[in-house]
Design a protein around this ligand. Structure first.
Ligand SMILES: N[C@@H](CCC(=O)N[C@@H](CS)C(=O)NCC(=O)O)C(=O)O
Length: 224
């Protein structure tokens, strides 16, 4: 049995979606974020030292890190390559691997930094500290995070203009892995997320398996 330790509003939504696409039965154990800090509850830390979501139990092992979890589940439950490139298709396999890693390795850091700096700007603090904190947050956004976001979103936008899905002409698990940063970009980066990115997000939201996963996972708003 596959057991998904699911934190509300989190990356574990991708795992539920993948399992729905695969038609694989699974059990869900639910965890709720602290409404003030938005952090995961201590129960998740009792399960794994990182205390992050997703955690998936498979064959007596505790799997962490979305990309690795997706690879493990696809390897085990997708023998016919319905959601992954077939051996021999080197172009698709290269793209598939790249986007599986890119989502967390490159796309998420600037999105997360932008969320952190916007929280710093609006955090409660003594009035005399506020201009300093806002100045630092604005400077970091202008000098580093903002330009990084522009570069990454432009790259993804142009790649989605070159092919229908991230690994080629077919929907694959790489699209599931890329969903989280692109949903975050559409939600937070406003017009910086271009039309191809928006169309991609609309297309994934229309998939029946995505909607089943949403019904299982509960309300889903992106909070980091
Ligand atoms: N790179 C990791 C990131 C894991 C992660 O940061 N998960 C977030 C949920 S989206 C989390 O557990 N946040 C709550 C916390 O840090 O307490 C992955 O893709 O699995």
């Amino acid at each position: 049995m596959i057991r998904v330790h699911h934190l509300n509003n989190s990356r574990s939504q991708r795992v539920l979606w993948l399992l729905e696409e695969l038609g694989q039965p699974y059990e869900v154990v639910r965890y709720a974020r602290d409404p003030k800090t938005m952090l995961a509850p201590p129960a998740l830390k009792a399960l794994h030292p990182l205390g992050k979501s997703p955690v998936v139990e498979l064959d007596g092992r505790m799997l962490v890190e979305s990309g690795a979890i997706i690879e493990a589940l696809v390897e085990r439950f997708d023998p016919d390559h319905a959601l992954s490139p077939a051996p021999g298709d080197d172009d698709e396999r290269h793209l598939y691997r790249q986007w599986l890693h890119y989502a967390e390795g490159s796309a998420m850091p600037p999105l997360l930094l932008s969320l952190v700096f916007s929280r710093i700007r609006s955090a409660p603090m003594p009035f005399f500290v506020r201009p300093v904190a806002r100045g630092i947050a604005d400077k970091a956004m202008q000098a580093f995070v903002g330009p990084q976001l522009v570069t990454h979103l432009a790259y993804v936008e142009s790649e989605l203009g070159a092919r229908a899905w991230f690994a080629g002409s077919r929907f694959t698990a790489a699209d599931i892995q890329m969903s989280f940063p692109l949903e975050a970009a559409v939600a937070r980066a406003g017009d910086q997320a271009g039309p191809n990115i928006r169309a991609f997000v609309e297309r994934i939201h229309a998939r029946p398996a995505y909607q089943r996963a949403l019904a299982t996972g509960g309300p889903y708003a992106l909070v980091g």
